[in-house]
Write a protein that binds this ligand. Structure first.
Ligand SMILES: *[C@@H]1O[C@H](CO)[C@@H](O)[C@H](O)[C@H]1NC(C)=O
Ligand SMILES: *[C@@H]1O[C@H](CO)[C@@H](O)[C@H](O)[C@H]1NC(C)=O
Ligand SMILES: *[C@@H]1O[C@H](CO)[C@@H](O)[C@H](O)[C@H]1NC(C)=O
Ligand SMILES: *[C@@H]1O[C@H](CO)[C@@H](O)[C@H](O)[C@H]1NC(C)=O
Ligand SMILES: *[C@@H]1O[C@H](CO)[C@@H](O)[C@H](O)[C@H]1NC(C)=O
Length: 504
């Protein structure tokens, strides 16, 4: 991980109210209802689980000794298109905070709007790029205006639901992302807070504690081998993704005599963007198709046939594909499918990083003379974001689609075949422990359980894989412990709740 900038707690905004909790602070501590407190919090990111799972996750956090649950707010999930909002299902943020309240815990609202969080694009919506003059995470009017609109909406929503401590709700702290590395103290001195950490300076000079200097062992999860029976019983069926429509006559979303950047064009609504052009040729001929792209993966089709696929080299994104193609006499179609493996979520100017075939060139090169025969970069290109199954919501296993699946109990399943849907039903493994979908054997793709998106996986760039190696099993804590604290120049180890240290 690149060293990111520390986040500062900027606001402890909860005033006394009759039924509310009074949150204040003095030069030493956070003060809740008159009592100095060190609040131990843990993260639960609400969109990463379903609302049905929240009470149990929160209960376990409480049993584990936490006082507060903190969460980021996921802007690109809540506002996928400008001024079109989503607060349903896993994005029901009010319900999430109510669950925290019901569990008798405090909450910390980390409103972002930049969140890093191993989350696509650091939580920033891709449509921000379409706004002229936009510079992400900087002092500029377009960014500040969008940020203000969104954060005000979130605060108002939570206020209306009486979720702030002063209103009797659980939220004791709110946090905005701040790009400062260095903190100027009241004494005028500058203090550098190491990345990803919190410092305590009791006298405003000397660091008594910094969380980056302490490494504590956390829980180590182990598989429960005794219940690993699911893999053998999974009967997979499969369905090819229908790529044909857009390779020939299907209308795209729009046309442009230009090769456009992918993230801005698709609005990050899909990992996939089609670029298609057609081309009259008066006889059969062989050329080399040359495409210059900024990644991350490229599939090239001529007249509906795959002629090449390639992905970004390690550590870089720009690459050139060169592949022989055969044209027939008459109208020929060149379709280029560009795919991302998720967007960067951190690093300086990460949002400026392009994807797709920005400007090309795309050309047909004479195989004998190695010179450009046709430059197609400014041809009329037709665009379409997403694959057919994404529009059809194949992941919802709709009745209309059922007849299109093959395989099942007695069928054979193609493996290492890109652009394939696989599905199976399973009995949840026995026991109360968390269930893990182990996607061993798969390349790049997306997984859903009961219609809920578990996320994108990409152990490799290659689409496809072998689903027969996929397993579902429960996991349990195998080893835990070690609370460490820096006391002067020593580190003290302890186990809480009367437990003893068995080994170090
Ligand atoms: C932060 O402080 C360090 C050490 O005093 C200094 O080297 C650095 O230039 C400062 N950075 C900024 C952005 O002020
Ligand atoms: C490929 O595209 C990138 C990004 O637009 C550009 O910077 C680069 O010059 C191009 N390279 C070639 C060989 O055309
Ligand atoms: C064809 O020309 C390009 C530059 O235009 C060069 O990079 C490439 O190596 C050449 N290929 C052959 C086979 O000569
Ligand atoms: C395509 O259009 C751009 C912008 O107008 C121009 O700079 C470029 O030279 C054109 N390329 C070709 C091959 O015509
Ligand atoms: C597959 O199983 C079904 C249900 O048992 C049966 O009706 C069908 O004939 C079988 N198909 C093949 C190809 O064995």
């Amino acid at each position: 991980r690149a060293p990111l900038l520390p986040l500062l707690l900027l606001a402890a905004v909860a005033l006394a109210a009759v039924s509310g909790t009074e949150v204040a602070y003095n030069d030493r501590a956070l003060v809740i209802d008159g009592e100095r407190r060190i609040v131990i919090s843990g993260s639960i990111h609400y969109p990463r689980s379903t609302p049905e799972m929240w009470p149990d996750l929160i209960r376990k956090a409480k049993e584990g000794g936490l006082d507060a649950i903190e969460t980021y707010v996921f802007w690109n999930g809540h506002e996928p298109r400008r001024r079109e909002y989503n607060f349903e299902g896993s994005y029901d943020i009010v319900r999430f905070f109510k669950e925290i309240q019901d569990a008798g815990m405090y909450a910390i609202l980390r409103i972002g709007p930049y969140i890093c969080g191993e989350w696509n694009y650091g939580g920033l919506p891709a449509w921000l790029r379409e706004i002229s003059g936009m510079q992400f995470r900087m002092h500029n009017h377009p960014f500040e205006r969008e940020m203000e609109t969104f954060t005000t909406l979130i605060v108002d929503k939570l206020k209306e639901a009486k979720m702030f401590a002063g209103q009797g709700g659980p939220i004791i702290l709110s946090q905005f992302d701040d790009k400062e590395v260095n903190v100027t103290l009241d004494t005028g001195a500058t203090h550098v807070v190491p990345a990803w950490s919190v410092s305590i300076l009791p006298d405003c000079k000397t660091v008594a504690y910094n969380s980056a200097k302490i490494k504590t062992q956390t829980s180590v999860m182990v598989k429960r081998p005794e219940v690993e029976t699911v893999r053998e019983s999974l009967a997979w069926s499969w369905m090819p993704v229908n790529l044909q429509p857009f390779m020939t006559d299907e209308k795209g979303n729009f046309r442009k005599n230009e090769l456009l950047e992918q993230i801005a064009t698709s609005g990050d609504q899909s990992d996939y963007l089609w670029y298609r052009t057609s081309f009259e040729h008066k006889e059969e001929a062989t050329y080399k198709l040359h495409v210059n792209t900024t990644g991350h993966e490229l599939y090239a089709f001529v007249n509906g046939k795959l002629v090449g696929k390639q992905h970004s080299p390690n550590g870089g994104f720009v690459f050139q594909m060169e592949t022989p193609v055969k044209l027939h006499s008459g109208k020929n179609y060149i379709s280029l499918l560009s795919a991302t493996i998720g967007l960067k979520n951190y690093g300086a100017l990460f949002e400026m990083m392009p994807a797709g075939i920005v400007g090309g060139p795309v050309k047909l090169v004479d195989t004998v003379t190695n010179t450009t025969a046709y430059d197609l970069s400014n041809s009329s290109w037709s665009y379409k974001a997403g694959l057919a199954g994404e529009y059809r919501e194949t992941h919802l296993d709709k009745a209309d689609d059922r007849s299109q699946w093959s395989g099942g109990l007695n069928g054979t399943i193609p493996v290492h075949r890109p652009f394939t849907w696989y599905k199976a039903t399973f009995e949840a493994p026995a026991g109360e422990e968390p269930v893990v979908a182990d996607l061993l054997g798969l390349g790049k793709g997306v997984v859903w359980v009961n219609g809920n998106n578990l996320g994108r996986y990409w152990p490799s760039y290659e689409a496809g894989g072998d689903p027969t190696r996929v397993n579902l099993h429960t996991v349990a804590v195998g080893a835990a412990c070690a609370e460490a604290a820096e006391v002067g120049d020593q580190v003290a180890l302890a186990c809480s709740h009367g437990r003893t240290i068995s080994s170090v």
